[in-house]
Design a binder for this molecule. Structure first.
Ligand SMILES: O=P(O)(O)OC[C@H]1O[C@H](OP(=O)(O)OP(=O)(O)O)[C@H](O)[C@@H]1O
Ligand SMILES: O=c1[nH]c(=O)c2nc[nH]c2[nH]1
Ligand SMILES: [Mg+2]
Length: 167
């Protein structure tokens, strides 16, 4: 048990280097599918993976949908859509559209975006078991009681020794 009751049990910190590799691995998996000619990034977490996947797959059109679902480590009661998908994009063949996010947790965010773009392919870098059914392609699964720490949320800090200061 962690000291702070708000924190999930396990931590999975991800460095920039690891994240870049995991996004490239996602792009490799997606390369055999599609082809995709537009990406919908679920902001904000989907922005960095979308940029990397777009570069690898040669996709030039990137739209965003802004969904807020989490306060501090806890999901909010209702998902809030602050910015919706462009109507021009929604009129395209859904099979050519790739939806990208950093992770699925409960799957509620992914489900909301799927309902707006039925038939589009949804990809995330990480997936927790509850959200996995909402994802077509992902790279790494972590347990439901794990919190993923992304590189843009982290900084260098002192780590106390595992056995404490006495050694
Ligand atoms: O599967 P779910 O339980 O719905 O959670 C997953 C969503 O939660 C996080 O976004 P968040 O709402 O925290 O906003 P952010 O992307 O701006 O950080 C994450 O980036 C996913 O979009
Ligand atoms: O940074 C994050 N890490 C997570 O594990 C997570 N789950 C939902 N939203 C999340 N945001
Ligand atoms: Mg998000």
């Amino acid at each position: 048990m962690t000291n702070d009751a708000r924190l999930p049990e396990k931590a999975f910190p991800v460095s920039w280097d690891q994240f870049h590799r995991d996004c490239r691995a996602l792009a490799w998996r997606l390369n055999g599918q599609g082809p995709f000619d537009a990406i919908v990034a679920i902001t904000r977490g989907g922005l960095v993976p979308s940029a990397i996947v777009a570069r690898e797959l040669g996709v030039r059109i990137i739209d965003t949908i802004s969904v807020v679902s989490y306060g501090e480590f806890k999901q909010l009661e209702n998902l809030d859509v602050l910015k919706d998908i462009d109507q021009h994009l929604a009129a395209r063949d859904p099979k050519s559209i790739l939806i990208v996010d950093d992770l699925v947790d409960t799957g509620k965010t992914a489900q909301l975006v799927r309902q707006r773009l039925p038939g589009a392919h949804l990809a995330t870098v990480y997936a927790k078991p509850m959200g996995r059914p909402q994802v077509d392609t992902y790279v790494t699964e972590v347990s439901q009681d794990t919190w993923i720490y992304f590189p843009w949320d982290l900084g260098y800090s002192f780590q106390p020794p595992i056995r404490g200061p006495g050694g």
